[in-house]
Design a protein around this ligand. Structure first.
Ligand code: ATP
Length: 378
């Protein structure tokens, strides 16, 4: 297994710059999941690491050794693509063993390696089945098993669950989790599915438009996005944002409700605040008036697959999306009372970058309880 370090990688296709000088590390023995909107450069980065794409500039090092000029075959990477690739007419066992035979690995070592991955991916019962006659989930298991059995220095997976649906997908995801947890391989995993990334990742990378926006532990990206885009992109739905105009009196008016008094004072005082972000799941919602909470009118409410209610409410001039359990009676036009706890509020500058707000001293805090005043209409 290798530590993969890439520095200032640029990849252009004509006038499109798919990678805009990206740098980072895929840590030795860690599973790194790459997320980002379609066309942001995830696959290009993966293929460049593998050697399937040549960067226009930049370096790639495996354990400190430059590999950017080496062909794919000399890098010892394992790749698994969206569509399962298996050798037709061969058994599952032979599919997995074939690259090891080609690499002239000894018979007993081959048996050991194949049996281990068959076991980890729960493929033992299918060892003698013809691989191309299996269902898509099992074929993808075979492709993964073949890629990992020869112990590549880095395993690159490009949306391996996308072509597998329903229960087969759930089974494959569980098997993959077991394999990755047991093996401690260096893995880079491209996906569009956030829950897949949250389940599998030690480290998560979010890309946008050829740039890595943030790289870190999944919880850190979710709870402390360094950029507005990351806050918006992660989550279902992502963060709410209250975008603030340059006019400071406007800021004062817009932050009238929802926030705790000390936070409101900090927001009003902040000189260069661009937006305030908060996640739907942290908005507190009540059906009856609560002291200091702001009143809103439900615009839309729907049950989610997690059994929660996802609701959109208008609170003064602010539209708030919230998630809440046990409010199944809610529908359009209902009155609700909302409060956003200060510890779950994020601040971003006009450039979208995370910022922190200075604490305020006691006499700056408006003593009047927030929400006890009528919210001004616009
Ligand atoms: P998706 O999630 O849809 O797979 P992605 O994040 O993996 O997208 P890439 O496939 O890496 O994005 O593409 C990044 C950009 O480079 C896109 O604008 C894409 O159109 C362009 N691109 C990728 N490969 C080529 C190619 N072979 N020729 C021309 N343009 C390409």
């Amino acid at each position: 297994m290798a530590n993969v370090e890439f520095t200032n990688l640029v990849r252009q296709y004509g006038r499109t710059t798919a990678l805009k000088s990206v740098s980072g590390v895929f840590g030795d023995g860690l599973v790194t999941c790459m997320l980002g909107p379609s066309g942001c450069g995830k696959t290009t980065l993966l293929r460049t690491i593998a050697g399937l794409e040549q960067p226009n500039s930049g370096t790639i090092r495996f354990d400190g050794t430059a590999v950017e000029h080496l062909p794919v075959s000399a890098r010892n990477v394992g790749m698994v693509f969206q569509a399962p690739v298996v050798y037709r007419g061969l058994s599952v066992w032979d599919n997995i063993a074939l690259p090891l035979h080609r690499a002239r690995v000894g018979d007993s070592e081959i048996r050991k390696a194949v049996d281990e991955v068959l076991d980890l991916l729960d493929l033992g019962a299918l060892a003698t089945s013809v691989a191309d006659r299996l269902n898509a989930g099992d074929r993808q298991k075979v492709a993964i098993a073949r890629a990992v059995a020869r112990r590549p220095r880095v395993l690159l997976l490009d949306e391996p669950l996308t072509n597998v649906s329903g229960q087969e997908r759930a089974v494959l995801k569980r098997a993959l989790k077991r394999l990755l947890t047991y093996r401690h391989d260096t893995v880079v995993y491209v996906t569009h599915d956030q829950s897949e990334a949250m389940t599998l990742a030690d480290v998560m990378v979010v890309m946008q438009d050829g740039v890595i926006m943030q790289h870190g532990a999944p919880r850190d990206l979710y709870e402390s996005p360094q950029d507005e885009f990351v806050g918006w992109f992660l989550g279902a739905p992502g963060m709410n944002f209250l975008h603030l105009a340059n006019d400071r009196s406007e800021v004062g008016r817009r932050v009238e409700g929802l926030w705790e008094p000390d936070l409101r004072a900090r927001i009003v005082r902040a000189g260069n605040l661009g937006s305030i972000g908060f996640r739907p799941e942290y908005v507190r919602v009540a059906l009856n008036p609560q002291h200091g909470w702001s009143e809103g009118i439900v615009q839309h409410a729907a049950l989610t697959t997690c059994g929660q209610i996802l609701l959109t409410a208008q609170v003064g001039t602010t539209t708030v999306v919230a998630k809440h359990a046990g409010l199944s009676l809610l529908s359009k036009g209902h009155r609700v009372w909302m409060r956003i706890p200060s510890e779950h509020v994020h601040f971003f500058g006009p450039d979208g970058q995370r910022m922190s707000l200075e604490p305020v001293v006691a006499d700056e805090v408006d003593p009047e309880p927030v929400g006890s005043r009528p919210i001004p209409s616009v």
